[in-house]
Design a protein around this ligand. Structure first.
Ligand code: BGC
Length: 301
């Protein structure tokens, strides 16, 4: 049976249509609108568009920031905060007239990359999303571990120390804490830090492109970002020591991560050498669409 997978991100919604053999028939991307009703409508429209391209009815799986609470059936832990507390699955089912499976976006991403992407062949894979939000998925032998609260791998919501003595108070996080990994390593976090240092707002890609051109604030924001990255990833390694880490989300395209980022991890690691492969996504920075599509075919979690 054909399968549709949706990755619901903070800035864009991506969808893929797979044929029964798993080959990509279509891949589409639309901007994420503001407000819950508009998001439900945008997801349903994207599914509708992909259904038209499928010759037969297709199953629908959706990866979301946060997860659906097993007790209430409502979304929790989503950085797209308009989703929190909403009966998203029920609303999509009503709108589409067919059943829908939902899982955490980072889990979908990690499963996709572990089974068919950059981390293929590794037993314990940790998939990291560095996007509008920061999340993670823990995959063992191709299957995501979700845990009793559905929060396994939620790497983005523990605070990180800021070792810079001149740094301002840790930024607040939507989750209620301050200085979470997400407030340091998301795209908006990087842009905010640059704006604080430069007094001018710029997009993450532009900031990164200015690092080599003598923009001191860009260099400083990058150095701070890499220090947080090093500390955050090292903490992960100390707990899990996975066989591979794979990076997705817009900030995973930061060209300094494989070199300076890796060195920043090694500098604080509880080991003399860092052997863990830290891989860039192979199925696109929205690889989660595949894990979402597969929610109907095999055991994904
Ligand atoms: C959410 C995670 C999600 C991540 C990336 C975080 O804020 O809590 O569930 O995986 O953002 O979207």
């Amino acid at each position: 049976m054909a399968q549709i997978g949706i990755d619901l991100g903070g800035t864009k919604i991506e969808g893929v249509l797979l044929d029964a053999a798993g080959a990509v028939l279509a891949r589409r991307r639309v901007p994420t609108p503001a407000g819950y009703e508009a998001i439900v409508a945008a997801v349903a429209d994207l599914v509708g568009l992909l259904q038209v391209e499928a010759t037969r009815p297709a199953t629908v799986g959706v990866g979301i920031p946060g997860t659906v609470d097993a007790h209430s059936g409502r979304v929790k832990n989503a950085n797209t905060t308009s989703l929190i507390g909403q009966p998203l699955r029920a609303d999509l089912v009503a709108r589409l007239g067919q059943d829908v499976r939902i899982a955490n976006d980072a889990n979908c991403f990690a499963v996709a990359e572990a089974r068919a992407g950059a981390a293929q062949g590794h037993k314990l894979v940790f998939g990291i999303i560095l996007g509008t939000g920061v999340g993670g998925g823990l995959v063992v032998d191709g299957v995501a571990r979700t845990g009793p609260h559905g929060i396994a791998g939620e790497w983005g919501h523990s605070p990180l120390d800021d070792r810079d003595p001149e740094a301002p108070a840790a930024p607040p996080c939507y989750c209620g804490q301050r200085g979470c990994v997400e407030t340091r390593l998301s795209g908006p976090a990087f842009e905010r830090d640059y704006e604080r240092l430069a007094g001018t707002a710029r997009g993450a890609a532009e900031i990164l492109s200015r690092v080599e051109t003598g923009d001191r604030a860009a260099r400083r924001a990058l150095d701070r970002y890499l220090a947080f990255y090093g500390e955050g990833v090292a903490r992960l390694l100390h707990i899990l020591d996975p066989d591979a880490i794979v990076l997705g989300g817009g900030m995973s395209n930061n060209p300094y991560l494989p070199t300076l980022g890796r060195a920043a991890v090694e500098a604080v690691l509880f080991n003399a050498r860092l052997d863990t492969p830290i891989l860039r996504h192979a199925l696109g920075d929205s690889a989660g669409v595949f894990g979402a599509a597969w929610l109907w075919s095999e055991r994904v979690e």
